[in-house]
Design a protein around this ligand. Sequence first.
Ligand SMILES: *Cc1c(COP(=O)(O)O)cnc(C)c1O
Length: 406
Amino acid sequence: MKFNEVDFDTYFKNYPNKEGFFGKYGGAYISPELKDAMEEITHAYFTICKSAKFIAELRKIRKDFQGRPTPISHLERLSNHIGTGVQLYVKREDLNHTGAHKLNHCMGEALLAKYMGKKKVIAETGAGQHGVALATAAAYFGLECDIYMGSVDIKKQAPNVARMKILGANVVEVTEGLATLKEAVDGAFAAYAREYKDAIYCIGSVVGPHPFPMMVRDFQSVVGIEAREQFLEMTGELPDSVVACVGGGSNSMGMFSGFLNDPVDIYGVEPLGRGPKQGDHAASLTYGEEGIMHGFNSIMLKDENGEPAPVYSVASGLDYPSSGPEHAFLHDLGRVKYDVIDDEETVDAFYTLSRLEGIIPAIESSHAVAYGIKLAKQMDKGSVLICLSGRGDKDMDYIIEKYGIR
Ligand SMILES: *Cc1c(COP(=O)(O)O)cnc(C)c1O
């Protein structure tokens, strides 16, 4: 399928190119030592990608340890409740081990670390989900694990902090700036620059310098591949629309990659938080501009000095001032439509899915659910497949305290 001059039949062969670019976005804007470290990772990744042993090991892990494939659930009561005839479905990444999609790339990254002979994995975390997933992978493979986390998020996500510690990870508190995800990334980057000989930086999304946006997408593509096959088997057709929330953009890139070459409308949902004023949201693709941050060129939110702007969202996992370069590319191309959902709509969707379907969604995923509901109200027939990136156990106390029971 051709879309605005980009041929999606051969898309994955051509994007990213050798230097890690998706059009003008991506690349590796880093110091020479780190550039060498990234090239070592790229080389190792391309080698193991072709190794039957690596592929077999990853397959076995997904099936026997993660519990894949995760199912698709038809949201019958919610669809009836909306009443337009549109049918809603969710891809259940909340049922993936550790409760979110993040284990999909963490197991891949940690397996890569093992093949490269590294002793330690380093990462940042926002909601704590990436930290928990990586700490899980580290425990599975017997690797040391340092997780950088902002103090604000440490307070908000106490159960995940406890999980990481129980799993044997070292949680490093970051107190700089707003002390959330962006500062945690800065902290993890600085640590990696010191320790890259013995450690590998396992980036938590399709962001950072090449090869991470490509590698994380490839590891997450299992979500889209499974979902496409399952949906066809369940309904005999493809969904009309596919929806996922976009923070850094990994669950969405995984989901979207399965449908880019299909006649399917694709929607990426960004957090509008308290509203469109700078500092009140984290909708980088919707309100941002081109810029370089954390080693890659993408669309980002900037302050008056051109630095990454302060961001906010009720969902810790979405409050990052940029998104992966591939999203910026698909945004400019028009292949994916990016739109926003605010905190209030998100909390409503959190309760709606819980009450009508018995599924408590992560507050990040609730953005996608809210958008799926919105779409279903506007359409008069068809189907919407939503990526339910994670489960909401981690958010329950915070939601009840801040918003009360609805
Ligand atoms: C981290 C997280 C996200 C956001 O990350 P992406 O890279 O944009 O997928 C979304 N949902 C859940 C449950 C998360 O833990």
